[in-house]
Design a protein around this ligand. Structure first.
Ligand SMILES: [Zn+2]
Ligand SMILES: [Zn+2]
Length: 314
């Protein structure tokens, strides 16, 4: 990060986050079930009952999420039975473009999740024939990208709508759920926005509250849970012993590829506008256009090239 807390422009950051494509995209596909339904679709699930049985999503929630994904033109329903009417849900082109993001969620779950989800244990890249881990790389130079290799320019795009700050219906996170942390509880909109704000340079409670427009009671509950579930670390400020600073952990830094890929998808396929937060790859100097490649052969990974293995984790 080039910015230090002393030089942060909090008003600019508040404006940029509010008009970022990430913030908007997280509203429709930032909750546990949407991500799991998408992951299921990439694993070949198509019918309502299949999603319901294999993911364990409540019927009403599943029906809401499928409607939302159809509305966004990510899934397309096809009638496969007339009486009673039954639909199969197929990924559209726009939906297929979310593949890299879904792979990075899989990667994160394998590393940091609690393994309660019935996820495939291995991914095989058919063109090279090897088991692989998905990696986010820079399209311009082909190098693997981690959060530390990026710098961000904030330039609020006036053509993007402002986040009205409407609360999203996300699952409530409570302290007793903390032991059961997984994709389910950790990948929600506010956690991802908090991680993004810290990445952009926020360190203190009051900075986060201002930049994200979150009330202090809600923010303090969220931060406490994120600390308990290993997404944040809290430390005493080196310059002022009375203040506490919030820091990212390996688990939250690793969520970064997911965040970047979702935001890029939203720029290219949903808003057709550059986001107000623009990442640049420091190593090569190019604006970051991320893609997901195979850790074995380094070729870009496409959905049709991957097979899933389930069973014992190696
Ligand atoms: Zn690069
Ligand atoms: Zn490969």
């Amino acid at each position: 990060m080039s910015s230090t807390p002393a030089t942060l422009d909090l008003d600019l950051m508040r404006e940029a986050i509010s008009t970022s494509t990430l913030s908007h995209a997280l509203k429709f596909i930032g909750d546990r079930w949407s991500v799991q339904v998408l992951m299921g679709a990439f694993m070949g699930m198509k019918r309502f009952d299949e999603f319901q049985e294999r993911i364990g999503v409540p019927r009403r929630t599943l029906s809401d999420r499928l409607k939302m994904l159809v509305h966004l033109d990510i899934l397309r329903p096809r009638l496969y039975q007339e009486r009673p009417e039954r639909y199969a849900y197929h990924l559209t082109r726009k939906g297929m473009a979310l593949y890299g993001m879904v792979l990075m969620v899989w990667e994160w779950e394998v590393q940091f999740g609690n393994q309660r989800l019935s996820l495939p244990t291995r991914l095989i890249h058919r063109p090279c024939g090897h088991a692989f881990r998905p990696q986010m790389t820079c399209t311009a130079c082909g190098e693997q990208v981690t959060m530390r290799d990026l710098e961000f320019t904030l330039r609020p795009n006036p053509r993007l709508p402002h986040d009205t700050g409407e609360p999203l219906r996300t699952p409530k996170i409570s302290a007793q759920d903390a032991g059961f942390a997984s994709l389910a509880l950790r990948l929600d909109r506010w956690s991802l926005l908090i991680i993004s704000a810290i990445t952009l340079g926020c360190r203190y409670f009051d900075q986060l509250s201002y930049v994200l427009r979150i009330g202090t009671a809600v923010l303090s509950r969220r931060l406490a849970t994120m600390v308990e579930t290993g997404l944040l670390q809290v430390a005493t400020d080196r310059d002022d012993g009375r203040r506490r600073v919030y820091l990212l952990t390996p688990a939250s830094r690793a969520l970064f590829s997911y965040i970047i890929l979702l935001a890029t998808w939203a720029n290219d396929h949903q808003f057709h506008e550059p986001s107000s937060i623009r990442p640049r790859h420091r190593t090569c100097g190019a604006p970051l256009q991320p893609r997901v490649t195979c850790s074995h052969c380094h070729a870009p990974v496409h959905a049709w090239d991957v097979s899933f293995e389930t069973g014992e984790r190696p």
